[in-house]
Write a protein that binds this ligand. Structure first.
Ligand code: ATP
Length: 459
């Protein structure tokens, strides 16, 4: 749930900023220009808290999701995946506590008609008030609870309408489907259920690019275990999840874990650690690992009247499983990938280049085929046709070769394949590596094998 301290200056100090010279405006502009991420409904001026992923962005995000799915589901015998509906039975959100408690205290300014989180207000003054406005002219309301769930109506006519909610987190359908999935997948506790999907929150102050959006994606895994083992599983999952972020290529000095203080914990939670990333706007949460006790299954059992306890086959003990949750934001992690990958370099000849140094497995485009001249389009296209059966391969024959390399550096493409006038005679092409800019002649016949070895994901 919303952590009112998440954007306090204490975790956003200047020393961190100095280590992070990348300005968000630079990244936001690059993302829009190159088609990673741009404002939703841009031609209407955008809509706050909503973003669209363009041709490069969707590939990057899909690669991230595929890596999560591989790690969390495919490589484990004790975790299975689902893909649930976005809208759940409204009772779900009563049981989960969201109808009653998923809120931030908000203050309205009657003068400027804007709404703020209560923790962003100092004294009686509206944060948006011009300096010369007297405090007395700021007409602030008392703090009021504002529910963050987005509502919608179901039914053919307004009279029959039933209020439903777009899910504010993806995990609740995992709890409501617990019995069905356990039986269908023939799993025994301890085991986990994972899913990736959209979540919606009516954030009052969407900001920091995609970091705090109103529509976003989460990748969540709920691991069900015996209460006596939850401490062990919590430690296991915290380590697994930290390793995942290291494997994305995040350097140690960009990552840290932050245990929640007892007064920060949700009332049902027994322990919670945030995994934080150093963004240009400070240290911020990208993932939460939570020990939720047996609260979720107990509540859904109570509200649905369905038995969700299990029996330990060995001891015949009947118990309600405890839950360790790992919950990572796909959009926040994609943003972290962009931040970590971005670098600006000055080459020996004085030229500048911008590089997105993604891990090759995450790069949106794996290789670009670049004929030196349009006259070489035919053999170059043939190479692309062959390679694109295996990898995402881009073709570009427009403009001088240096500029085409720069464009691929900016897109984070790890390999450029140049087809030249000798290629037809000697059957070789030049492969240029993004980071070192080293170039090698490689036989066209062995190209797929060569790239496969380079791109092999050995994480
Ligand atoms: P915050 O305190 O930053 O609002 P939270 O503690 O409410 O986050 P959780 O409810 O634990 O977040 O959600 C798990 C993950 O979902 C977060 O770590 C984050 O990556 C992602 N997430 C949550 N809210 C948003 C949002 N508004 N926009 C983008 N991602 C989000």
């Amino acid at each position: 749930m919303a952590d009112p301290d998440s954007e306090t200056p204490a975790r956003d100090d200047d020393s961190d900023r100095e280590r992070h010279p990348l300005a968000m405006e630079t990244l936001v502009a690059l993302c829009a220009a190159r088609g990673f991420i741009y404002p939703a409904s841009e031609i209407y001026g955008g809509i706050a808290g909503f973003w669209d992923y363009g041709p490069l962005g969707v590939e990057l995000k899909n690669n991230l999701k595929a890596f999560w799915w591989r790690r969390m589901v495919r490589e484990r015998d004790d975790v299975v995946g689902i893909d649930s509906a976005i809208i759940s039975h409204p009772r779900t959100w009563e049981a989960s506590g969201h109808v009653e408690g998923f809120s931030d205290p908000m203050v309205d300014c009657r003068t400027c008609k804007r709404r703020f989180r209560a923790d962003q207000i100092e004294g009686e003054r509206c944060p948006e008030a011009p300096k010369k406005r007297a405090v007395a002219e700021c007409d602030l309301t008392e703090a009021r609870e504002f529910n963050l769930m987005l509502r919608t109506e179901l039914g053919a006519s307004v009279d029959e309408a039933t209020t439903a909610y777009l899910r504010p987190e993806t995990c609740q359908p995992i709890f409501t489907g617990f019995k069905r999935v356990r039986e269908a997948a023939r799993q025994k506790v301890p085991f986990g259920i994972a899913q990736i999907g959209k979540a919606f929150r009516n954030e009052i102050t969407p900001r920091n690019f995609t970091f705090r959006s109103r529509e976003f994606e989460q990748a969540e895994m709920e691991f069900f275990c015996h209460p006596s083992e939850s401490g062990e599983w919590f430690a296991h999952w915290r380590e697994q999840r930290l390793q995942f972020h290291r494997d994305l290529g995040f350097a140690e000095d960009l990552l840290r874990t932050r245990p929640h203080a007892p007064d920060e914990l949700a009332h049902y939670a027994r322990a919670a650690d945030d995994i934080e990333f150093l963004f240009p706007f400070g240290w911020q949460e990208i993932e939460g690992v939570h020990d939720r006790g047996d609260w979720d299954l107990s509540r859904h059992s109570e509200y649905s009247g369905k038995e969700l306890a299990v029996t330990d086959e060995r001891t015949k003990e009947r118990f309600t499983p405890c839950v360790i949750e790992t919950s990572v934001g796909i959009d926040r992690t994609t943003l972290a990938l962009l931040v970590a990958a971005y670098r600006q370099e000055t080459l020996e000849n004085g030229e500048e280049r911008t590089v997105l140094g993604f891990h090759p497995a995450l790069a949106p485009i794996k290789a670009a085929v670049l004929p030196l001249s349009k006259k070489l389009a035919e053999p170059a296209r043939a190479i692309q046709r062959e390679l694109r059966r295996h990898f995402n391969v881009f073709y570009d024959d427009a403009g001088n070769i240096g500029r085409r390399y720069r464009r691929q550096d900016e897109a984070g493409t790890p390999y450029c394949i140049t087809v030249d006038f000798e290629s037809g005679d000697d059957g070789h092409v030049t492969v240029r590596e993004r980071d070192t800019m080293d170039q090698k002649r490689i036989p066209i016949e062995g190209l797929e094998r060569y790239l496969r070895d380079l791109l092999e994901d050995d994480r």
